[in-house]
Design a protein around this ligand. Structure first.
Ligand SMILES: [Zn+2]
Length: 324
């Protein structure tokens, strides 16, 4: 047992190498890995290891302490991270098979969140970039990609949109602002007030809550998305019947019924009227015109989405993001 290490500590089953050159302690779990590998991937670890020990480094989440050691045992560094999260970071940089984490299968949301949070903390840009690239597939910037999605959430979210709260914080932490418009829209659309206030709990017992500014953004976004939806529905109904309408009276009645149906209280703005079964009652000219109007309106609302959720204009919004 290393000097100064209490007996209650246990070795990590996956990341304990007898010939490792550094011992990292997260809560009651010890990781023994290779100093050089970590220092090469993370400027934060490189700095930490280059300092004479013992040393105390402060970061946002609390102190990280590197304590001295004799020549026979590797130095010991105390981390403020949860062991579950730190293990995920080690897995991301040293996967035990050939497949990278994001190619092997769909990672669960705690894995993505931990990799993003700790990757940011230890300045491991590649790991953070991988997380952002993965998330952009599900919270995309071009409307075409959003429209093509079968599910609103990535598979690892297990249909629980509460996790979106955590990723709003993580996207802001890492500067991945292009993720935010869809994340906020899902928040506003799927979560009730109490859930918005309570936030989300993670596997390691940590928690993410929305900042007061983001909570306020959600309230305003609910109003603005609802307004955008109403205006857009009204706009389309006002542009019909089509000039080539063959059943003017009947089509007007169907349009009135469609409008009432679509005016539910949901703030979700991407509603295609032509997909309502009631729209089948329109003549073929009106159906074709409605489909065109739907497409135009979807693109217009998408272009405004960052502003509708209170984020202002985002450069490059609507364009395909290149992999980082
Ligand atoms: Zn018609």
């Amino acid at each position: 047992m290393d000097r100064g290490v209490p007996d209650a500590l246990r070795k990590d089953e996956e990341f304990w190498f007898d010939d490792g050159t550094i011992t990292l302690i997260a809560e009651d779990v010890q990781f023994r890995v290779y100093k050089g590998l970590l220092a090469r991937l993370s400027p934060v670890f490189a700095d930490m290891f280059s300092l004479p020990q013992p040393v105390t480094l402060e970061d946002k989440t609390g102190p990280m302490r590197a304590t001295g050691s004799d020549s026979a045992t590797p130095p010991v560094v105390h981390l403020t991270d949860a062991p579950q999260a730190f293990r995920i970071l080690l897995k991301a940089i040293a996967p035990d098979d050939d497949a990278a984490m994001f190619e092997a299968s769909h990672p669960d949301c705690f894995t993505i969140a931990s990799c993003m949070r700790l990757g940011h903390k230890y300045q491991m840009d590649k790991e953070v970039g991988q997380c952002v690239d993965y998330l952009l597939q599900y919270f995309p910037t071009p409307y075409m990609e959003f429209d093509a999605l079968e599910d609103l959430l990535p598979p690892g979210f297990e249909d629980d949109s509460t996790y979106v709260i955590g990723f709003i914080n993580l996207a802001q932490l890492t500067g991945a602002i292009h993720l935010l418009p869809v994340l906020f829209m899902i928040c506003v659309w799927c979560l009730d007030g109490d859930t918005l206030l309570q936030g989300v709990g993670w596997l390691d017992a940590s928690k993410d809550t929305l900042s007061p500014a983001d909570l306020a953004r959600c309230f305003d976004a609910r109003r603005d998305l609802t307004r955008a939806r109403t205006n857009s529905l009204r706009q389309r109904i006002a542009s019909l019947p089509s000039s080539g309408c063959s059943h003017l009276g009947a089509c007007k009645n169907v349009l009135h019924a469609l409008f009432l149906l679509a005016m539910s209280d949901e703030p979700y703005p991407f509603v295609r009227l032509c997909e309502f079964p009631t729209a089948q009652g329109l003549c073929s000219a009106c159906q074709a015109r409605l489909a065109t109007l739907d497409e135009e309106e979807m693109s217009l609302i998408w272009a405004e989405l960052p502003e509708l959720v209170g984020l202002g204009q985002i450069e490059g919004w609507g364009e395909k993001r290149e992999r980082e």
